[in-house]
Write a protein that binds this ligand. Structure first.
Ligand code: GLA
Length: 396
């Protein structure tokens, strides 16, 4: 069953009526360009086929209810949330994500109550942006209930990038996670068969064709099922480090440091900041190089850039983990043309560029490596670039 059909059926079961509409949003992987977004840099994600859908109906009051259908088939309920009194820190756990989006939209004048039911198949805690898929689906549902449909050309309709910024605000200021713009923009702006080449500073993006199968390849996602957390610790620390480095260098963001200017920038910085800066500057260049190769029809040649990205994240940015390194190393040893961690790191998922004929071999080799290390077998699946967030038809 599609995420939309599942959300609509669960809505019917929970509320005893059909929802007004269903809106859904995908998870993502980032092909390359990691920890560059909050440095005004470049990213290159694509949307996964996995989606979270929000089936929703208006309420006459200013109360929000959210129910989610878990992978165990159980429904969890946020309880009634008063939209007029929502404030950061007042809502805990998963309900903070939909509540945060509601809080931001309230400030934009969208303050009507809603009943929302979420269902879908984006793995949670896997670094594949399930929380952003949830936030984006809820944002579209609340806007849709208010009569705002994306891409309809009506005056005053927010753009997808605008909604991404609202979702970022909810994440930063309500949930308390200091994340950048990568995940929301990917969920909202990606399209089928393409990666999204986003310049975070300007907000401009370009869809670059990415048809791995046509080149006899696949992207294998390896979810290590090891936990990660952005809200605390490592992520914020790295972010603050890069911001401090930009300050010390007298630039707005590390985006402004060029590859040629890197040696003198490094010479001017305290030792502990150098590796962070080296990662961001070289990673931005790797995104540009990857885009050039894709545009030249040389998809099979991006492997070394993926490898170099992983090494930089592991050794300079230090956001990899034992499990991610094992996934990457064992995939490469089994024939992957390139592999890297994807997303924020500290656990989560890796991706590998694999010849179509070798997908099973690589997957099995990674599983065997995890077994010998006494670790849980990663969840593995092949991912093709899929459509971004939008309204779904109501199932008949
Ligand atoms: C997480 C954040 C993104 C981005 C990545 C690292 O996914 O949500 O904004 O910073 O980490 O590239």
């Amino acid at each position: 069953m599609s995420a939309a059909a599942e959300a609509a059926a669960t809505f019917q079961a929970v509320h005893g009526r059909t929802p007004t509409g269903v809106w859904s949003a995908p998870g993502r992987v980032n092909l390359i360009g990691e920890h560059t977004d909050y440095n005004d840099g470049f990213v290159l994600p694509f949307a996964l086929p996995h989606r979270l859908a929000a089936a929703a109906s208006r309420r006459e009051d200013q109360v929000l209810t959210v129910s989610t259908l878990g992978s165990d088939g159980r429904v969890q309920d946020s309880g009634p949330l008063d939209i007029t009194t929502l404030s950061p820190d007042a809502v805990e756990g998963w309900a903070a994500y939909p509540a945060g989006v509601t809080w931001v939209l309230r400030d934009q004048g969208f303050d009507r109550g809603a009943d929302i039911v979420i269902a879908g198949d984006v793995p949670s805690g896997a670094g594949l942006s399930s929380s952003h898929a949830l936030e984006c689906a809820v944002a579209l549902a609340l806007l849709g209930l208010a009569g705002v449909e994306l891409d309809d050309g009506a005056e005053g309709t927010p753009t997808r990038q605008q909604i991404a910024r609202w979702v970022q605000r909810s994440e930063n200021d309500f949930v308390g996670a200091p994340t950048g713009l990568l995940d929301q923009t990917a969920s909202l702006c990606c399209t089928e068969s393409h990666v999204l080449f986003l310049d975070v500073r300007s907000g401009q993006f370009e869809h670059v064709r990415f048809d791995a199968a046509a080149a006899g390849m696949q992207i294998l996602v390896l979810d290590t099922r090891a936990k990660h957390s952005h809200a605390e610790g490592g992520y914020g620390e790295r972010r603050r480090g890069t911001e401090r480095a930009a300050d010390l260098l007298g630039v707005k963001a590390l985006r402004d440091v060029t590859l040629d200017g890197l040696p003198s920038a490094l010479a001017a910085l305290p030792e502990e900041l150098s590796p962070l800066v080296r990662h961001v500057v070289t990673e931005n260049q790797r995104v540009l190089d990857t885009v050039d190769l894709l545009k030249a029809g040389k998809l099979a040649e991006i492997g070394p850039l993926l490898d170099a990205s992983h090494e930089s994240l592991r050794d300079d940015y230090r956001v990899s983990s034992v499990e991610l390194d094992l996934a990457v190393d064992s995939a490469r040893a089994a024939g992957a043309l390139g592999a890297r961690m994807t997303g924020g790191g500290f656990g989560g998922s890796a991706i590998a560029l694999v010849r179509e004929s070798e997908v099973d071999t690589v997957e099995n080799a990674v599983a065997a490596a995890f077994e010998s290390a006494g670790l849980r077998r990663p969840r593995a699946f092949v991912a093709v670039p899929s459509r971004g967030a939008g309204r779904d038809g109501l199932p008949a």
